[in-house]
Design a protein around this ligand. Structure first.
Ligand SMILES: [Zn+2]
Length: 474
């Protein structure tokens, strides 16, 4: 039995987060809206209507293309892709066939700390279909999603395992979110995958016929389906002594954990592509493309490097890359001083308290409130220990640090006069500790400081207590 390797390529569909749909003015946010309420004659494919391309969608698609290293083709156009299905009211999808928006990119991603790359064949724009729900003997059609702008990103067959495919799409998702092209919310089905897999003998350069797995809508489904299909193809190879005889299309049955044959692969001619006659070709000048490139934000891989350089762990760095709201807070705190403290405050304490309260980052204390809290520690108003309690109360009540410190009487006692008296009392109350100290046990002084802390319910400034104590006994 030869040593086999899996050759995997992906088609990734991501819904763009534009205000309106791809070719009409309908609301593009169909989430939790009543079925068939965000539709119009254009996205319902009525005769006599004309599609008008959404400029916002095109700009977002260009941003996404540049962020994955593609070049924008100076000329591109839309095509009609014909097929009959009840979720497609026009009877064709408006897509891009031989002249896509962008070509030839590359995405660098990390898997288990190792840097890998996947080449991108193309990125093109198209509109989404509606949604069918099968309820017993009837099928319900909801066209709210029909016409939602999509980017389709097609990769070269550069991936070698299900795990690599997932690590790659996770990075791709971060990029699409970073450039503002898509919310890529997996729960809302905003990112979907078709995966092609074939096997070949290790070292060979041949691309054998492949199995295309349709309609994977989560990272988990992608990973499970590819793992299953790879094993199935390996078993077939053992039985038949070679790869598939021709391309096939299969569907992933999530409940059953297996793929099922759908059809022999259709060819491009089956779709009877032809240029969309109602939309003129598009051309993009170098100046326009460069202007968009210059406006791109820092990409996730660069951001991650930046946070690693702060001394954060890869997991912490990734948390900041993936959550803009956390990142804004962290950046503001880190700017004021040490990044370690910012990480502990934002990534450990704040996240922990939010989780305990069942609250989202949207309900977290604002950056201003967090800065107020660290300022209170730096000015000696409260101890670092008390700051943790204050933060917890900030999360619970939504009040500012100052309000809580005032209301709860949490101000640290730094008044030397008051502390001086307390240290005298502590010495009088702990003669044994003083004796031990005098016989050389320096640690015995902890009991004295502890007594003062207890007496003040933790509000004494321990540094000042120590200072006074040392003066008194030396
Ligand atoms: Zn519409």
């Amino acid at each position: 039995m030869p040593k086999l390797e899996a050759i995997i390529g992906l088609e990734v569909h991501a819904q763009m987060n534009t205000k309106t749909k791809m070719f009409c003015g309908c609301d593009n946010d169909a989430f939790q809206k009543e079925a068939n309420t965000t539709v119009c004659p254009i996205c319902m494919g009525h005769p006599g209507t004309l599609p008008v391309p959404n400029a916002e969608a095109i700009l977002k698609a260009i941003s996404a293309s540049l962020a994955i290293g593609c070049h924008i083709n100076p000329q591109s156009h839309f095509d009609r892709k014909h097929y009959f299905y009840p979720d497609l009211p026009a009877g064709y999808q408006i897509s891009q066939y031989d002249f896509p928006l962008a070509s030839k990119g590359c995405v660098t991603y990390q898997m288990e700390g190792e840097e890998k790359t996947c080449d991108i064949t193309r990125l093109h724009m198209e509109n989404d279909a509606g949604k069918l729900s099968h309820a017993g003997a009837v099928t319900l059609c909801d066209y709210n999603r029909a016409g939602t702008p999509l980017v389709e990103i097609v990769t070269e067959p550069d991936l070698r395992s299900a795990e690599e495919a997932v690590a790659f799409v996770e990075e791709l998702r971060r990029i699409l979110i970073a450039v503002g092209a898509s919310d890529a919310d997996m729960f809302k089905g905003m990112m979907r995958f078709d995966a092609s897999i074939s096997l070949r003998e290790k070292g060979s350069k041949t691309l054998n016929p492949r199995s295309e797995i349709k309609n994977l809508n989560s990272f988990r489904a992608l990973e499970r389906a590819l793992t299953f299909e790879e094993q199935r193809l390996r078993d077939l190879w053992t039985e038949s002594g070679g790869p598939l005889k021709g391309n096939i299309t299969v569907g992933w049955m999530d409940d059953e954990g297996r793929t099922r044959m759908l059809r022999d692969k259709e060819n491009a001619d089956d779709y009877r592509y032809f240029p969309e006659p109602d939309i003129p070709p598009m051309s993009f000048s170098k100046e326009m493309v460069e202007k968009i490139r210059a406006s791109l934000p820092e990409l996730p891989s660069k951001l991650k490097e930046k946070y690693l350089a702060f001394g954060l762990s890869p997991a912490e760095a990734l948390m900041l890359v993936e959550q803009a709201a956390l990142r804004d807070r962290f950046d503001a705190l880190a700017k004021k001083g040490d990044a370690k403290r910012a990480a502990s405050l934002v990534l450990t304490q704040l996240q922990g308290f939010l989780k305990a309260e069942g609250k989202d980052i949207a309900d977290a204390p604002s950056t201003e409130h967090l800065l107020e809290l660290t300022a209170a520690v730096d000015e000696g108003t409260i101890s670092a220990n008390a700051a943790k309690d204050v933060l917890e109360k900030m999360v619970k009540t939504g009040k500012s640090a100052t309000e809580i410190i005032e209301a709860e009487g949490m101000k640290q006692i730094s008044d030397t006069g008051a502390l001086d008296t307390l240290v005298d009392k502590a010495i009088a109350a702990n003669p044994k500790a003083i004796e031990s100290y005098k016989s050389g046990k320096i640690a015995a002084l902890g009991a004295i400081v502890g007594w003062v802390m207890k007496e003040t319910k933790g509000q004494a400034n321990p540094a000042i207590v120590n200072e006074i104590l040392m003066k008194k006994i030396s």
